[in-house]
Design a protein around this ligand. Structure first.
Ligand code: ATP
Ligand code: MG
Length: 214
């Protein structure tokens, strides 16, 4: 009989079998609004996991990201449900609701502080498009000290090391898809299958998210 699921105390779904290693856990954190989740997010997560030999990658669903105030479309619970089903059955990718449990704006440093633990090294996975804006992030100096920045460069995209940060690079095939484009597709009745993984697309339709009308 398999061991019972272990709650790792980090807002991620309890896992079968507990922590993978007894020593330092290499934990990836991929934050986003996932409004909706798409293949670009998921390939970034699996490539980061593989190339950096991470034990787990948490897809942290932002409740109320300050950078997107007023521009997030679907409720956090729906966005979380899409992420949860999208990673179901994919080894070491886990949905994380930690930011949804907090009131007010969502800041990455708060999440990092909740996840910090002497037995973990934290890798903050970000798309190369976010690097230019990093200096404006809340309590950026503390964030810089707490994580290794893993910059995901889509093929053909120049990714330099990021001054002042302990950083590394992850490469992935260029998948020119964004949640903004998907919301537009869904609202105008254009196809979105496979760009949004099938189980997530099923929930999206069942809940008529993003103006989906069938
Ligand atoms: P929006 O269009 O609403 O900004 P998005 O598609 O950029 O949405 P986010 O939730 O903002 O999705 O992104 C979460 C993370 O995923 C960010 O680090 C972002 O850089 C990265 N990301 C988004 N789209 C892609 C993609 N196509 N390929 C690789 N990484 C991506
Ligand atoms: Mg974006």
């Amino acid at each position: 009989m398999p061991p019972p699921p272990v709650d790792s105390g980090d807002g991620a779904r309890p896992r079968q079998g507990g922590r993978p290693t007894a020593g330092t856990e290499r934990l990836g954190i991929l934050g986003g609004t996932f409004d909706p989740v798409h293949v670009g997010h998921l390939v970034a997560a699996v490539e980061a996991r593989h190339q950096l030999a991470l034990d787990r990658v948490l897809l942290v669903v932002a409740a109320d990201p300050w950078q997107k105030h007023g521009r997030v479309v679907a409720p956090a619970a729906d966005r979380y449900a899409l992420v949860e089903t999208a990673v179901d059955g994919v080894d070491a990718l886990e949905p994380c609701a930690l930011e949804m449990e907090r009131e007010g704006p969502t800041y990455t440093i708060d999440t990092v502080e909740r996840l910090r633990d002497g037995a973990r090294s934290l890798y903050l996975v970000v798309g190369a498009d976010l690097v230019a804006g990093l200096p404006t992030w809340h309590r950026v100096d503390e964030l810089r000290r707490a994580v290794t920045l893993a910059v995901v460069g889509r093929e053909g995209e120049a990714v330099a090391s990021v001054p002042g940060w302990d950083s590394c690079t992850v490469t992935m095939p260029r998948l020119d898809v964004s949640s903004t484009d998907l919301r537009d597709r869904i609202a105008r009745g254009a196809p979105f299958d496979y760009l949004v993984p099938t189980p997530a697309a099923r929930i999206l339709r069942a809940r008529a998210l993003y103006g989906w009308r069938g």
